[in-house]
Write a protein of this length. Structure first.
Length: 464
């Protein structure tokens, strides 16, 4: 809304001039009544628009509402945590680990930016740094992220071994450790690679349970059985060490539902089916434990969130996990032109009373990974204790409860300092996308063509 007041002022000034001219003309000349009617209609529309636009601008500037996206530049795989009086965000920049800091959740364009880590060249973690997360564990901050050795360009000697084309075959998981308990003032250094048995591993996260700490990540069945990607779990002895042997590693979810494949219910091969982006979510009232993950395919409109609930005692036992099979729990919304929603993380309002998800979504979904931008919305809980996610949209929505009015990001300076930038060519996973109609999750729609929305070329990428 940075330019809103100018526009309002101009519209108001023009309206007033037109009003004065009208009165002058009415006073001095005889004007045909139908021309006068049209004239007065135009005048009231102009006055009404300037007044209502002015009201919107004022309430937004006052911190009452926000719109999505919350960061003007491209951004994918957002991860947000709240600590003391700040939100910290990190996301896939491809080349480094960048941390953003803001005291408000709903506008990151003027956030503080910190380069936490820039990898040296020619290491196993030098390229394609994706899906970083920042966790406070035992007084230090750990950045868990995926990266690879070859920028998604395996040699033909390796590629030939894969069942399907496998650009991401050498992605592995890594952990950085902070020097202090302060996420902003700390330096971060490479602590360890996480053991994923020399197999594909992306989107790893920590799962904290009363029985210990676990690594949950997106995996393949074996080194060269490329796709589908599944969710694997292994036990950890500390935030940088996996203690399970490969024989103990368990698969807790496979993309076996029609809405986890793309196109919907694809049967001919599994290359475009995935389970990735797992995140722990705990119901603060009931203590129920969930893993919310992303399904289908990150480069197209069908990417969505799926849900696993821990219903048994042992997270390493696949039988302890129950998938919500009726469909995605958060998915594209043609009515608001928001597509390909996924890779969510969870935080709270500043006063702790509300739960919020931060995710990426697309408007121009034909553009694939490059179309992703970062968004946030409040969610609530169902009576059975499961999360009740909203439909994805643009807003305006009310800002989080307790969010400071005129927070650091609502200053009138245009800086764009938070645009860490993302290479458009990569994302979580790789390959060629395809479109589908998840009829199971979009009530009343059966065919892809039936609910394909009109494509608008006038989409705004900035919301100033
Ligand atoms: C990259 O690392 C490998 C293995 O350590 C080494 O053989 C190679 O010379 C290095 N290449 C460059 C460009 O530094
Ligand atoms: C796990 O959660 C418990 C309860 O919130 C907390 O005390 C503990 O520090 C957490 N452990 C890790 C490793 O994050
Ligand atoms: C998915 O495809 C299979 C094989 O064509 C078919 O038997 C099944 O009914 C389909 N399921 C749904 C939900 O469309
Ligand atoms: C981090 O990487 C992004 C993407 O290449 C780049 O735009 C940004 O400038 C980098 N940050 C720093 C501080 O070098």
């Amino acid at each position: 809304m940075r330019h809103a007041s100018n526009a309002v002022g101009q519209l108001l000034a023009i309206s007033l001039i037109v009003l004065v001219v009208t009165i002058f003309v009415l006073y001095n000349y005889t004007v045909p009544s139908d021309a006068m009617d049209r004239y007065m209609t135009l005048l009231s529309v102009m006055l009404f628009s300037s007044i209502s636009y002015g009201q919107t601008a004022t309430s937004t500037a006052g911190g009452a509402t926000y719109t999505n996206p919350i960061l003007d530049s491209m951004g994918a795989d957002p991860w947000v945590t709240r600590h003391d009086d700040y939100y910290y965000m990190t996301y896939s920049t491809n080349d480094n680990i960048t941390i953003l800091r803001s005291n408000i959740l709903t506008d990151w364009n003027n956030a503080d930016v910190k380069l936490a880590f820039s990898p040296p060249v020619n290491t196993s973690y030098s390229y394609d740094l994706w899906a970083p997360e920042l966790h406070l564990i035992n007084g230090l901050w750990y950045v868990i992220f995926t990266a690879d050795v070859d920028a998604d360009s395996p040699s033909p000697n390796q590629d030939m071994l894969c069942d399907f084309t496998c650009p991401a075959v050498n992605h592995r998981m890594f952990v950085l450790e902070s020097t202090t308990s302060d996420p902003w003032e700390s330096d971060y250094s490479m602590k360890s690679e996480l053991d994923t048995y020399d197999q594909f591993a992306i989107d790893g996260t920590y799962f904290n349970h009363s029985t210990g700490l676990y690594h949950v990540y997106s995996c393949w069945e074996a080194q060269y059985i490329s796709w589908p990607s599944m969710l694997c779990i292994s036990k950890m002895s500390n935030p940088w060490t996996v203690s399970s042997a490969l024989s103990e590693r368990a698969v807790i979810s496979r993309p076996d539902q029609p809405w986890e494949k793309t196109p919907y219910n694809r049967t001919v091969n599994v290359r475009l089916s995935s389970n990735e982006g797992p995140e722990q979510l705990v119901n603060p009232t009931t203590g129920q434990q969930f893993i919310i993950y992303s399904a289908a395919r990150s480069d197209n409109r069908n990417y969505c969130l799926g849900q696993l609930e821990l219903v048994g005692d042992d997270p390493m036992d696949p039988g302890s996990w129950q998938k919500y099979t009726a469909g995605c729990v958060f998915y594209q919304n043609p009515d608001t032109e928001v597509y390909g929603v996924g890779h969510a993380s969870f935080t709270t309002s500043p006063d702790g009373t509300q739960d919020w998800l931060v995710y990426h979504g697309m408007h121009d979904y034909l553009t694939g990974w490059a179309a992703r931008t970062i968004r946030t919305q409040q969610f609530t809980w169902n009576s059975d204790g499961t999360p009740n996610f909203p439909r994805p949209g643009i807003g305006p929505y009310n800002v989080p409860s307790g969010q400071p009015v005129g927070g650091s990001s609502s200053s009138s300076t245009v800086s764009g300092s938070a645009s860490a930038g993302v290479s458009g060519s990569s994302g979580s996973g790789s390959g060629v996308g395809a479109a589908t109609s998840p009829s199971a999750v979009v009530p009343g729609s059966t065919a892809w063509g039936a609910w394909r929305p009109s494509y608008s070329s006038t989409w705004k990428t900035t919301w100033s």
